[in-house]
Design a protein. Structure first.
Length: 151
């Protein structure tokens, strides 16, 4: 089998850490979606139904053609769209909160790291300033010649 072939590239791609992280994210996202769907269906919709006089969003529809015999009705189920919109808003809100907090923690860690680096740089500068300045070799030679001439 070729080392640079399609399957070798695919194997390299699939065994990278990023792909595994993405797979874990997809699984967690699916579970999170199930939780949000249950929250909307079992908690939020009944509360909205109570406020609106018992209306269930899932049942809201515009009937285009009523059922005749065994032929089912033809309807636009806009209530399901409302459910999907509520789901989307809740997922977006939760993700926004998670990402916002993650960014705050990351920014705080970066600020702490920059402060430590600045402190280390200041300490290095102070140590450098405390060190006596070494004279160049040609100046030392000229001073030695001067001292010899004085004698």
């Amino acid at each position: 089998m070729k080392e640079n072939g399609f399957f070798a590239e695919f194997k390299k791609f699939i065994t990278r850490g990023n792909v595994l992280d993405m797979a874990v994210g997809v699984v967690i996202g699916g579970a999170f979606t199930a939780v949000i769907n249950s929250l909307v269906k079992d908690i939020i919709n009944p509360i909205i139904g109570l406020v609106t006089g018992g209306t269930d969003f899932a049942e809201l529809k515009i009937v285009l053609k009523p059922a005749v015999g065994e032929v089912p009705e033809l309807a636009i189920r806009y209530g399901m769209l409302f459910n999907a919109i509520i789901n989307f808003i809740l997922v977006a809100l939760v993700l926004f909160i998670i990402i916002r907090n993650f960014n705050k923690f990351r920014d705080a860690a970066e600020a702490k790291k920059k402060a430590a680096e600045a402190e280390a740089a200041a300490a290095a500068a102070a140590a450098e300033a405390a060190k006596p300045v070494e004279k160049p070799a040609d100046i030392l030679l000229l001073e030695e010649i001067r001292d010899l001439l004085k004698k």
